[in-house]
Design a protein around this ligand. Structure first.
Ligand code: NHO
Length: 361
């Protein structure tokens, strides 16, 4: 390995991780220099890496990982391993793990950059947020997390550009969940009667839109995490995703289910409750939205009714729509819209971040 090799460690090889690996393989072919070398890949149970940092073949990494008998090292050992690599190293965290997220400050301090769609680090305690960005500023290691909001859509980069160029963001609002968008677009469509709620939830999971446990989408926490991230970038020191009002769509009786599977099994008996909510909207449609009023320091997440002519009512598939109201843009907001969930579009944001980091190393 030479100094022009960049060492990439991928943690997590699920829906997003697998799509990312395909994109990385193609990127490595398109951009031969600097050489992108996969030196580590792991799931929660298995790991694949070579003590001499020699490259793992990107063509069959998933199969070789599945056949590996090595358990993952501790995260402290992983950071130590990467900090001694014979070139710059980048962790790509494709898990939803809190433990991995809490390792970012140590990794950044050790000069290892981070690229991730994992929301946990940026929407956890405000202290962790500060530790991450202070560690990055001190060492020069980079941290990018575009896909933590709106999958590959340019939401975080747009907000950063607005703020860094001196615009004043007054309000951010929209549909921030691919799962919720898909659910309401198919359960309460503008025309026709729509499918059964529990059936649509199962479809959203099968399509790879939901979080690993779909209850994290239905309880509003996934949207609350995204709003926490955006509010912080807009300058509000929001303490946590539970420090503002969030409406949950989990029936009270199912809050104690021990697993996501048990929850999905019992959900059909509550379809009637959702039918009633749908009917109560009358000529309007219900949609699950979030908003940040920067001046009033007001963040909220929940159901609202919209006129059929409103752009939020007319979304399709798993699309997100995010409107930025700013001083420069006046009363016509800057709007970002498009697919907000799914493996390929989420991995695209991760790969684009990786390219940005490589450009700065
Ligand atoms: P999976 O398929 O469950 O894969 C997780 C992988 O991580 C598994 O291989 C598991 O073994 C590994 N893992 C877990 N803990 C580990 C540990 N401690 N050490 C090593 N490996 C570990 O999850 P996904 O779907 O691939 O998601 C991966 C990450 O991407 C999560 O943080 C998720 O929040 C994030 N993400 C996913 C999506 C998406 O569409 N699937 C989106 C954004 C971010 O924009 C999307 C979105 O917001 C989806 C949201 N549900 C919505 O809007 O509806």
């Amino acid at each position: 390995a030479s100094a022009s090799t960049i060492f990439i460690a991928v943690i997590g090889a699920g829906g997003v991780g697998k799509c990312f690996l395909t994109q990385l393989r193609d990127l490595a072919v398109r951009r031969p220099s600097p050489k992108l070398s996969l030196c580590y890949i792991a799931t929660s149970r298995k790991a694949l890496y070579n003590d001499d940092y020699s490259a793992i073949n990107l063509d069959n990494a998933i199969d070789v990982l599945a056949a590996s008998s090595k358990a993952p090292p501790t995260l402290t050992d992983l950071v130590a391993y990467l900090s001694k690599a014979p070139g710059k190293a980048i962790i790509v965290d494709n898990t939803s793990s809190q433990d991995v997220a809490e390792t970012y400050p140590a990794a950044l301090k050790a000069g290892v950059s981070i690229v991730t769609p994992n929301k946990k680090a940026f929407s956890g305690s405000y202290q962790l947020w500060q530790d991450i960005f202070q560690a990055s500023a001190a060492s020069g290691a980079q941290v990018y997390h575009e896909s933590s909001v709106g999958a590959g859509l340019p939401v975080i980069s747009t907000l950063k550009d607005l703020v860094e160029t001196g615009d004043e963001v007054t309000k951010i609002e929209g549909v921030f969940s691919g799962t919720m968008s898909f659910l309401f677009n198919s359960f309460a469509p503008l025309t026709g009667s729509g499918g059964e709620w529990s059936e649509e939830v199962k479809k959203a999971k099968a399509l790879g839109y939901t979080e690993p446990d779909p209850r994290d989408d239905l309880n509003g926490l996934d949207v609350a995490r995204k709003l926490t991230i955006l509010a912080r970038l807009a300058g509000l020191p929001v303490e946590s995703p539970t420090s503002f009002p969030v409406e949950s769509l989990i029936p009270k009786e199912l809050e104690s289910c021990s697993s996501g599977d048990e929850f999905l099994e019992k959900l059909p008996s509550f379809d009637q409750q959702m039918e009633e909510k749908k009917a109560s909207a009358g000529d309007k449609v219900i949609r699950f939205v979030g908003s940040i009023d920067v001046g009033a320091k007001d963040v909220k997440v929940g159901l609202q009714t919209f006129d059929p002519s409103h752009p939020i009512a007319a979304l399709k598939g798993s699309d997100n729509i995010i409107s930025f109201y700013t001083k420069r843009y006046g009363s016509n907001p800057l709007i970002v819209q498009g697919a907000g969930a799914g493996g390929d579009v989420t991995a695209m944001g991760v790969t684009a971040d990786l390219i940005k980091v490589i450009g700065q190393l």
